[in-house]
Design a protein around this ligand. Structure first.
Ligand code: M6R
Length: 616
């Protein structure tokens, strides 16, 4: 969703704000703006369009201000125009706010403020914050005015506020949308540290690795010299400082044209990092440190429910299959956005596992809160350390794959699949998975980084195929059993970044309807490795070929027979049936990438989307 940033310290604020916004561009990119306090006056510059438009608008302006706010927007209320871009101001033009989240009682608050004579100029919900704060502000009580304003608001917010009447502080507050305070190193002894507050660690990383995560209902008062965090109860609690373990280079493209390609090319390392220190090959066991405290509950678990959204949901589908096929443990997967309203009945022994790259997805967060209310043990598979989902789950496993910046999730998905296999082994060894079988899986997991490299070496072949099909209007993806979710993921990846119409189907379903669509204009991507349903897949491909469908097969190395059916074949190294999804998704990610590239799409920032969806 939107990205927000604030800086206060001794340095000029504008370069810090712009650097931070650049690094959060993946969170939203339909408009951007900054507000600084320059010679006692609030100066705001905001522009619709990408960050470059704001950069251009700032080109002829120079500011020496050492305090300011910045915002990059993903529109919820109001079109992406200059006016609707943040920061927003009150009637006096002295207060500026940036907001990430949503105000649910907007109509009521707007009516109240208008009746009191406030002039609301934009179509956004966020502007209401500026006027509410104005209502309670007497020129020297900014933090109290913010606190009072917040009591009126229903919804979610990561909020930062400045006022030209108090040019020495930023007030920030969090409920439901992430906020992280970065503590900058002192330039010289006895000088203030300087602070960056942002919705995303990526915006803080260039300046410091020392951070404090704000909790829901926290209010932070930040001056150039110090900060104070006040909890809902009024108690001051500055929380523990944490050290970001990400490298700045992770937030750079390092020579790749897009983050998406960089992140796909990192996948051999991602798989190794996801397993690092977690395998005990000689015993056929895995060790997941984050789950040690809940091992007894996992042993007696009677049902697993995965909750997740988008790509992470498809990982959950594979988790469901692994639990049931390998362990005989009943499992299911739910869209987090549905689970929260489903009024599900959870029997004792149910373990709910949330899967989320960002750890901030509002629907997934709401689902885990609901699951907790229903008495389930709630665990997480999360990439972003210290994120809301990581903190609100009882225990969990981190992916440890570093920053994922491209909106299209690639390396995080591959890592989620690896973690799910590790979880299968962990739960399996508590149950009936034999030591030999576990050893076989572990040994093959260890081979995966090399096998992924072999797939990535086919990058040029995949690009050539992509060029051939990039101008088609529709593509169908098919797969069976554990590879059916990969068909869904392949279709999602393609539509999300290339705007092509794509659908994923279980291969056996084609003849129940979609086969009617197939003619020579339809490419059909078939995930058909040599597994237990290989022959069934071949029969389905015969049906497609008979209707002139253009088959692009993802097949096992050495499979010559499939060439009879397919126009194109991309080969995967041979692996165990349950590990094929980890390999099979990679050519689909590359195919989507190269098709989008051929179509001239803005790959890392697809229209209408944002990286972490922190509103419902
Ligand atoms: O951060 P999360 O894993 O919770 O995000 C869930 C989805 O929003 C995300 O996977 C989305 O579907 C991606 N853009 C897909 O590439």
């Amino acid at each position: 969703m939107c990205g927000i940033i604030g800086y206060i310290g001794l340095k000029p604020s504008l370069p810090i704000l712009m650097d931070g916004l650049k690094r959060m561009e993946y969170r939203g990119y339909d408009s951007a703006g900054i507000a600084v306090i320059e010679n006692g006056q609030l100066k705001t510059v905001k522009k619709s369009g990408k960050l470059d438009a704001l950069q251009a608008a700032l080109a002829n302006q120079s500011f020496s201000s050492v305090i300011g706010l910045g915002h990059i927007r993903w529109a919820t209320h109001g079109a992406p125009t200059d006016l609707n871009a943040h920061p927003h101001s009150d009637c006096t033009g002295k207060i500026a706010i940036v907001h990430n989240g949503i105000i649910e009682n907007l109509a009521e608050l707007k009516a109240e403020l208008k009746a009191e004579g406030h002039e609301l100029k934009t179509a956004t919900d966020s502007e209401v914050f500026a006027h509410l704060i104005e209502k309670y502000y007497n020129g020297h009580n900014l933090s109290e005015a913010v606190l009072q304003a917040l009591t009126k608001v229903k919804g979610a917010y990561g909020l930062a506020v400045i006022s030209s009447s108090e040019p020495d502080k930023i007030v920030a507050a969090r409920l439901g949308s992430p906020l992280i305070l970065g503590i900058l190193p002192q330039d010289q002894p006895n000088q203030g540290n300087g602070y960056v507050i942002a919705s995303d660690a990526a915006a803080i990383l260039p300046f410091t690795k020392e951070v404090v995560y704000l909790e829901d209902n926290d209010l932070a008062i930040i001056t150039g010299e110090n900060y104070e965090i006040i909890e809902k109860s009024g108690k001051c609690n500055n929380h523990q400082k944490q050290h970001l373990d990400w490298d700045l280079t992770e937030a750079e493209k390092e020579g790749y044209p897009h983050f998406m390609l960089k992140e796909i090319m990192e996948e051999p390392k991602v798989v190794a990092d996801s397993m690092r220190g977690r395998l005990i090959p000689e015993q056929g066991k895995v060790k997941l440190g984050g789950l040690i405290d809940v091992l007894p509950q996992l042993k007696s678990a009677r049902r697993i429910i995965f909750v997740a959204c988008g790509t992470a949901h498809y990982a959950g589908r594979i988790g469901e299959y692994l639990m049931e096929s390998q362990l005989g443990l009943p499992a299911e997967v739910e869209y987090a956005s549905e689970f929260r309203y489903n009024e599900s009945v959870l029997e004792p022994g149910t373990v709910v596992i949330a899967i989320s790259q960002s750890g901030e997805t509002a629907d997934t967060l709401a689902a885990i809160r609901q699951a907790k209310k229903l008495g389930a043990l709630v665990l997480g598979i999360v990439n972003v350390v210290g994120s809301s989902i990581a903190r609100e789950t009882t225990a969990g496993v981190y992916n440890h794959v570093g920053l994922e910046i491209s909106v299209a999730s690639t390396k995080a998905f591959v890592s989620q699949l690896v973690i799910l296999v590790l979880l299968t082994i962990l739960l399996g060894r508590q149950r009936n998975l034999s030591e030999d079988k576990a050893k076989e899986i572990i040994s093959e997991l260890e081979n995966l980084p090399d096998k992924i490299k072999q797939i990535l070496e086919q990058r040029d072949i995949i690009e050539t195929i992509a060029k051939k099909y990039a101008q088609r209007n529709n593509i169908i993806f098919i797969g069976r059993k554990i590879n059916y979710p990969i068909a869904l993921e392949g279709a999602l990846k393609l539509k999300e970044i290339s705007y092509l119409h794509a659908e994923g189907y279980p291969a056996g379903e084609l003849k129940h309807g979609p086969l009617a669509l197939i003619d020579a204009t339809w490419p059909v991507v078939a995930i058909a490795p040599q597994d237990s349903v290989y022959q069934k897949n071949l029969s389905n491909l015969q049906e497609v070929k008979a209707r002139d469908g253009q088959i692009i097969a993802i097949a096992t190395a050495g499979d010559e027979a499939i060439k009879e059916l397919a126009k194109e074949v991309i080969y995967l190294p041979k692996t165990l049936e349950i590990l094929y999804p980890i390999l099979a998704v990679i050519p689909l990610q590359l195919l989507a990438y190269f098709i989008a590239k051929e179509r001239g799409c803005p790959i890392d920032q697809p229209r209408n989307l944002a990286k972490s969806v922190t509103v419902e």
